[in-house]
Ligand binder design. Structure first.
Ligand code: FMN
Length: 337
């Protein structure tokens, strides 16, 4: 039996539900090409970070000011900030080049903390040819004067502003750290998100015991991490309805991992750590495993598979919520030790 892997994500027709999430692999033209050749359904570029743009502009302004003080008459020869190729321009040029060389949709990613310049960059990535935009919301709620409601409102405002500035589809990549996640997810959709990417992975700083300095070490994800998006996609799929796209991101390594996320209700399943460990060609292995599993269970298409074990359809719906907590604790057996 030939298994039909086509899926729809953010209104785009994809040949496969296996998508390469934002990472250095997707931002490099050669590895993006290899991901395409290996069969990914879409490519999400690494994020353009607000801080990068700000640092760039502050640095340029400083050097222009220094120049102005020392060589006033030479100032007219300085190019303006807007005309220098900065981080943003390089991002847009790279996006256009990867898009031109790709046979699959290319999704740009912006990591923003404030609305300001993002509206401009959202427009620019659209002009550069992005098929969709992923807005990556990454914040740490460390300010004790800000309530959860205020922080949520700021994020929702950002989503609405970016939404109204572009016509391409918009996905929002979220962290799991919202006080009332289902409510926030629904509000994000109400502000115009066409889809949600669950989840952004937070990197926790460590301490160096010799220098007492903070160590920022990036660890790739572990297989068990797929359960966090699995639960939330299963819960959100019936709540948000079939029109809202859901992407699972975290801990996906194998074809059966992909099958689980699709069963829970994901439209696409994203991979980064597994591809960084094993290379872009790993997409072929994952696709073959997915096909073999679907074939063995007589699923003909992703459409048939998707959501058939979400909370709406699962044999035990409460298992995705708190009811499972006690059973899970009680399932521990001392003989396993
Ligand atoms: C080296 C590296 C770079 C990443 N860069 C980005 C990024 O620029 N933007 C983003 O939204 N996520 C970024 N991520 C997060 C991944 O897209 C992904 O969401 C996360 O790694 C969880 O998926 P995984 O378990 O398949 O790795 C990065 C991850 C890694 C390991």
């Amino acid at each position: 039996m030939t298994v039909d892997l086509r899926t729809r994500y953010l209104g785009l027709e994809l040949r496969s539900p296996i998508v390469a999430s934002a990472s250095p692999l997707t931002g490099d033209a050669t590895s993006a090409r290899r991901l395409d050749e290996a069969g990914v359904g879409a490519i999400v570029l690494p994020s353009l970070f607000e801080e990068e743009i700000l640092n760039d502009e502050i640095g340029l302004n400083k050097s222009l000011e220094t120049g102005a003080g020392q060589f006033a008459e030479a100032l007219e020869y300085f190019p303006t900030v807007d005309s220098l190729p900065g981080v943003g321009d390089r991002y847009l040029a790279n996006l256009a080049a990867i898009k031109a060389a790709s046979s699959v949709p290319v999704i740009a990613s912006l990591n923003a903390t404030s609305a300001g310049g993002w509206v401009r960059y959202a427009k620019l990535v659209q002009e550069a040819g992005a098929d969709a935009l992923e807005l990556n919301l990454y914040r740490v709620a460390a300010d004790p004067s800000k309530t959860a409601a205020e922080m949520d409102a700021a994020d929702l405002d950002l989503i609405a502003k970016v939404r109204s500035s572009v016509t391409i589809p918009l996905a929002v990549k979220l962290s799991p750290y919202y006080s009332a996640f289902s409510n926030f997810a629904g509000e994000a959709v109400a502000r115009g998100a066409d889809g949600l990417v669950l989840f952004n992975r937070f990197y926790q700083p460590d301490l160096d015991l010799e220098t007492l300095g903070v160590v920022n070490s990036l660890e790739l994800s572990q297989p068990g991490e797929l359960r966090l998006p699995l639960r939330w996609i299963a819960i959100l799929r019936p709540q948000l309805g079939a029109k809202v796209s859901l992407a699972a991101s975290s801990g996906v390594n194998t074809g059966t991992d992909v099958a689980k996320e699709l069963l829970a209700g994901a439209d696409v399943v994203m991979m980064t750590s597994a591809l960084l460990r094993k290379g872009p060609g790993h997409v072929r292995t994952v696709e073959a495993e997915l096909r073999a599993w679907m074939d063995s269970k007589e699923y003909e298409s992703v459409a048939q598979l998707r959501g058939s074990a979400s909370q709406a359809t699962a044999a035990n719906p409460s298992a995705f919520e708190r009811a499972n907590y006690m059973q899970t604790l009680h399932s521990w057996s001392s003989t396993e030790n």
